[in-house]
Write a protein that binds this ligand. Structure first.
Ligand code: DGL
Length: 270
């Protein structure tokens, strides 16, 4: 009954925290590929290979369903994985679609044609690879028409978070928000399209001002996962143990995770 949660590093813990709040009895196996983070400046082939290796590791833990709690992997690798690589008895889900369903006020899994929606100007904050992939715009176009999306490649923020440098991360967030507001002065909504960014949500909201609705993924992904598992209980997997795995140095990663989540989190070597 275990579900796998994958991220390049610490960011996916924001998603894991929300899933744990919603489904406290569901065993979760987390894998952070900290040795190779950040993914946001890597090539598509590289991200595909690293993500496949991580997902296979989680299948080995009895997780038939793996959530890519990483926008970069979801944007750059997921489609190719689903089309060419994932076997029929396994599932790999991303974090984009629940966010877009919330933005466009759709029910989970509503596949009806695109319609006009209330929101018209959306700021997207994500890694350089996610912004360059245009996956957000592609998924949005399936559901909504007439929405202007301005993407800001947020170089350096993931690195600063992985290094545990909150002051640098906050300064970078402010400068990325300023850069975006120069191009789109009045967004109605801002999407935090990187699972590391909820750790900096207060900094984003304060730089954007109170009039901008900030959408972050963890709670949305948790709600859509619960809905998915209700419809497809066979994908709960055979694993029974929650674990935290990392390809990086477990002591270092545990320290950073504990610092950011403000809760003791002990990682083991993957
Ligand atoms: N948390 C990952 C994401 O959601 C960060 C990617 C990276 O390692 O650059 O995109």
């Amino acid at each position: 009954m275990a579900v796998g949660i994958f991220d390049s590093g610490l960011g996916g813990l924001t998603v894991l925290g929300a899933i744990r709040q919603r489904m406290p009895h569901l065993p979760l196996v987390y894998l952070g590929d900290n040795a190779h983070a950040p993914y946001g400046t890597r090539t598509a082939d590289d991200i595909f290979a690293l993500t496949c290796a991580a997902v296979e590791r989680l299948w080995g833990e009895g997780c038939d369903l793996v959530v890519l709690a990483c926008n970069t992997a979801s944007a750059v690798a997921l489609k190719r994985m689903q089309e060419t690589w994932v076997p029929h008895d396994k599932r790999v889900l991303g974090v984009f679609v629940p966010l877009i369903e919330a933005l466009t006020e759709r029910q989970w899994g509503d596949n009806s044609p695109p319609v006009e929606v209330a929101v018209k100007h959306v700021a997207l904050f994500a890694t350089p690879a996610t912004v360059a992939s245009r996956a957000f715009q592609r998924e949005l176009a399936f559901r909504a028409v007439g929405v202007d999306v301005e993407g800001q490649p947020c170089g350096g923020v993931v690195d600063a978070i992985e290094q545990g440098d909150e002051i640098l991360a906050e300064a970078l967030v402010r400068s990325h928000v300023e850069a975006l507001l120069r191009r789109m002065p009045h967004p109605e909504a801002a999407v935090l399209g990187c699972t590391h960014f909820p750790l900096m949500e207060a900094a984003f909201q304060s730089a954007l001002g109170p009039g901008v609705r900030v959408l972050s993924q963890p709670a949305l992904v948790a709600a859509s996962l619960e809905d998915y598992l209700t419809r497809r209980p066979e994908f709960r997997g055979a694993g029974t143990q929650s674990r935290f795995l990392t390809t990086g140095d477990p002591a270092r990663v545990s320290g950073k995770a504990t610092q950011f989540l403000r809760q003791a989190t002990a990682f083991e070597a993957a």
